[in-house]
Design a protein. Structure first.
Length: 278
């Protein structure tokens, strides 16, 4: 499509799974809203993640949003990544992130580097490095949406599982808080007052110390462009520890922010996508 001035509008393939069901989140609704706004700037078509590789060459760029955990379609996701690199198609989020885009090895690496994360090990020989706790969490390194997560009284790990599972102490925390960034620009923060209801979120007025904490991980990441969500828990002592650095297809909880914040976010995202497309 061309504009009134005769310029051709960029075309975008928006990758999403509108039917994906996640506890406490309405992925489809969020992406219906986002596409309704992005259409004012781009010629846009939606596709399922399994179809993305076959359609790439028809568009100027790709936006990957609420496409569900890639572990549900690993072959299709790998084919998409290979095809995007082969065609040099701009992808938003970029494919070079070091957070969840690359699995959860970053939690082990950050812990070893002394960053403020929940203590994490992935090898039986390192279990002694974990602090004493009433119970521990064991979860797959390539997991998502709490799949395969289990709680144990003592930290255990079969050496045969080295490198595939994560073990962490179960942290006593006040609440969880998430910080949302477009590229490296902070947009808003939300928190869950009730630890048992992770996705019942309310706006959070982030302090300077909170933002400094969140930016530590945004700056650590190798993601060249994209949306990042920094998830943290506030401990009983008042400090923050990283829970997850979501840089693949982070759910945004846009239904939990004000209209002004939501529209500002979409505008900033549209500008970021346009910049990547050139």
């Amino acid at each position: 499509m061309t504009t009134a001035s005769g310029l051709r509008r960029p075309s975008v393939l928006f990758v999403t799974d509108l039917a994906y069901e996640a506890r406490g989140r309405r992925y489809g609704d969020e992406d219906v809203f986002l596409t309704s706004r992005l259409r004012s700037r781009f010629d846009l078509a939606l596709c399922h993640p399994r179809d993305a590789a076959a359609l790439l060459d028809r568009f100027d760029g790709v936006v990957v949003r609420n496409s569900g955990p890639v572990l549900h379609h690993p072959e299709a996701y790998d084919a998409f990544r290979r095809r995007a690199r082969e065609l040099r198609t701009p992808v938003y989020n970029a494919l070079d992130g070091s957070g969840d885009t690359a699995g959860k090895q970053y939690l082990v690496d950050m812990d070893r580097a002394g960053l403020p994360v929940i203590p994490t090990v992935d090898r039986a020989a390192d279990l002694g490095l974990l602090p004493e706790a009433e119970s521990y969490v064991v979860k797959p390194k390539r997991g998502a949406d709490s799949e395969g997560l289990r709680f144990v009284a003592r930290p255990t790990l079969d050496p045969a599982d080295d490198g595939t599972l994560l073990v962490q102490p179960r942290i006593d925390f006040r609440h969880e808080v998430s910080f949302y960034f477009v590229d490296h620009d902070f947009q808003y923060a939300l928190y869950a007052p009730d630890p048992a209801r992770r996705w019942v979120l309310e706006p959070w007025e982030a302090s300077a110390a909170d933002l400094e904490f969140a930016r530590t991980f945004v700056e650590w990441n190798t993601l060249s462009h994209g949306i990042q969500r920094v998830d943290a828990c506030r401990t009983a002592a008042g400090g923050l520890l990283l829970v997850e650095l979501e840089d693949l297809n982070p759910y945004l909880s846009l239904d939990r922010v004000s209209t002004e914040v939501r529209e500002a976010f979409v505008g900033r995202m549209a500008d970021a996508v346009a910049a990547v497309l050139g």
